[in-house]
Design a binder for this molecule. Sequence first.
Ligand code: NAD
Length: 369
Amino acid sequence: MTERKLFLLPGDGIGPEAMAEVHKLISWMNEQGAGFTTDEGLVGGCAYDAHGQAISEDDMAKAVAADAVLFGAVGGPKWDSVPYEVRPEAGLLRLRKDMELFANLRPAICYPALAASSSLKPEVVEGLDILIVRELTGGVYFGEPKEIIDLGNGQKRGIDTQVYDTYEIERITGVACELAKTRSNKVCSMEKHNVMKSGVLWKEVVSDYHKRNYPDVELSHMLADAGGMQLVRWPKQFDVIVTDNLFGDMLSDVAAMLTGSLGMLPSASLGAPDAKTGKRKALYEPVHGSAPDIAGQQKANPIAMIASFAMCLRYSFEMIEEATRLETAIANVLDKGIRTADIAAAGDSPVSTSQMGDAILEEYKALSA
Ligand code: NAD
């Protein structure tokens, strides 16, 4: 049987509560022969309490060696004043850096049962299924120089540098085109070539790489500001959007919020394929944080965490049927009107974190029968 090595990092706040619901799914899938092995580590504030670091070297090594990492959330007021280098978020940044996770995938799916609760009209978002592929390790967040200079005349100058090399644009284009082939086969690349040199290069490299490697995928280009506008005007025109780190940060938040609560949004971060095995390093995590205001109260919505596990099944283990079944289970549970407090409407009686997890597991079992 194939061994599937999962490393779980539940983290702080609602992270462990949400992860417990994924544990239930893994246990049941293993009873059916899925062959997952799991190991668990500490990240964020809990790792600081245990080791004085945001993640230990031992846990880092386990994350790098795993087939996939499932990450909960980190942070909370308890650790607000710890030294900057060991703050909870440093654990996540270290994981992204050491695992070289350069591609961030954020789906925006609108479950029919929640279409009415979007800030947009239901017909604009109902059935929405788009995927934003954001470059995660380059661009203006990392480019040098990055500094504040004292100009000596009572003025200061803040400098960030937007910089991209050909290989960085090529590899993210490759990820976007590969993913498009498993979906509706359309990629829209977004940049600002009208005002930015890095945008000119981005457009040129995307076009060239696409022409050489993915001529059968439909490619279009859009200026990133127009893209933001189109995302709220008529988001269903898009399938896969590929963009840089800065624009991706903003556009993925816009796209995500078309569909409802933070508690619903999964994400994946992928590295390059290994030269020998072809497997990519990967980390899956909900978009939300540790929600200290509701932590430990069984009020958290575990759907973002469970949907992140569905992404893990799809992208790390090629368990496409199981991933689709799990996403269908989530949609069916929502169709039945089962809601945690964050997505409940007036008059609904919200269920707890574990009741939502149990409902999804039962639905998944029924769909597997
Ligand atoms: P947050 O996402 O934790 O919470 C924002 C609001 O959304 C809160 O009212 C919270 O109760 C609600 N919410 C979030 N997830 C929910 C869920 N699954 N179910 C129901 N409600 C949910 O963001 P924040 O309050 O800005 O940050 C809290 C802490 O989390 C901070 O320490 C921050 O640094 C950290 N954080 C961590 C990550 C991460 O681990 N990737 C991301 C963002 C923030």
